[in-house]
Design a protein around this ligand. Structure first.
Ligand code: HEC
Length: 129
């Protein structure tokens, strides 16, 4: 009896929270801006060209981002999302300046949301960087 009365409100709350949970997963639009203006800017210059989200599947992106080994393991992907990195390029990079106060983990989630959406098997594969 006690258990059942405790379960129902939990269920209702869970259902109500679902749309908010989806929103909390990351803002892909912001992720796209950061990816294009920060990540791609450097890839075009130093990695021999843009690296499109379609180069990996959704699962591969999740694994890649979780592993945090960027540029064949030479450095950390998180570093390029960090406030420290944004500070270092903000004078010449508008996206870094615009998102200067963003939380690192939240910004990484935004980028992840964009990579997953634009992945080879994502909702809207994004070939153009
Ligand atoms: C300052 C330059 C620079 C920035 C900024 C940068 N990258 Fe890279 N990235 C590189 C270089 C250089 C390579 C190629 C490394 C190689 O092939 O040896 C690379 C490679 C990659 C690769 C191919 C796989 C790998 O790791 O070798 C992915 C995916 C990638 N970057 C994602 C990102 C994302 C996402 C961001 C932004 C959060 C980012 N990069 C920011 C320079 C940069």
């Amino acid at each position: 009896m006690k258990l059942r009365s405790a379960l129902l409100p939990t269920l209702i709350l869970g259902l109500l929270a679902t749309p908010f949970a989806a929103q909390a997963e990351g803002d892909w639009k912001k992720g796209r801006v950061y990816f294009r203006m920060v990540c791609t800017a450097c890839h075009t210059e130093k990695a021999g060209g843009a690296i499109a989200p379609t180069t990996k599947t959704m699962a591969e992106w999740k694994a890649y981002i979780a592993a945090d080994k960027h540029a064949k393991g030479k450095d950390s992907l998180k570093y390029y999302v960090s406030k420290k990195y944004r500070e270092s390029i903000k004078a010449t990079n508008k996206a870094a300046a615009k998102f200067i106060d963003d939380d690192e983990a939240a910004l990484l989630e935004d980028i992840t949301a964009f990579m997953i959406k634009g992945a080879k098997d994502g909702d809207s594969p994004a070939k153009c960087n």
